[in-house]
Design a protein around this ligand. Structure first.
Ligand SMILES: [Zn+2]
Length: 116
C-alpha cells in the first residue's frame, strides 16, 4: 500500500518537528491532499492510525484538506477548477492547460503540546 510509505514519511517529519520544538506530544496533523495525488484519504487515515503507535503522534488526529484540481488554460488564460479526469479548459475546450494545484501531498500544519 502506497499510503503506508507516504504516511511513514509524514510521521517521520512530524516526529522531527516535535523533537525540534521539544514537544511531548502531537495533537493534530493537517495535510493538504490534491485529488490528483493518487492518495486515497481513507487509506491514509488507516495507515496513520497504524503507524502513529509508539511515536510522538500516538494521540494525534490526522486532518485531511482536499485540494481541488485547478488548471490554467494556455490558450485563453482562464483559470478554473475541473474534474480530475478532465483537464480541459471549460471556456474554450483547449487541452493546452497547466496544472496549478491538485497533485500535492503536503504537510500543512502540526499542533504540538509543549510542557511549560
Ligand atoms: Zn481556454
Amino acid at each position: 500500500m502506497h499510503e503506508l510509505s507516504l504516511c511513514d514519511d509524514l510521521i517521520r517529519q512530524v516526529q522531527l518537528l516535535a523533537d525540534q520544538h521539544h514537544a511531548q506530544n502531537i495533537a493534530r496533523v493537517t495535510v493538504s491532499l490534491g485529488t490528483l495525488s493518487g492518495v486515497e484519504p481513507v487509506l491514509l487515515v488507516q495507515a496513520f492510525e497504524i503507524l502513529k503507535a509508539g511515536t510522538a503522534a500516538s494521540n494525534a488526529r490526522l486532518i485531511i484538506n482536499t485540494v481541488p484540481v485547478r488548471i490554467r488554460c494556455d490558450h485563453c488564460g482562464r483559470e478554473a477548477d475541473v474534474d480530475p479526469n478532465r483537464l480541459i479548459c471549460p471556456a474554450c475546450k483547449s487541452l493546452d492547460t497547466q496544472l496549478l494545484s491538485g497533485s500535492e501531498f503536503i504537510l500543512s500544519q502540526v499542533e504540538l503540546f509543549v510542557a511549560s
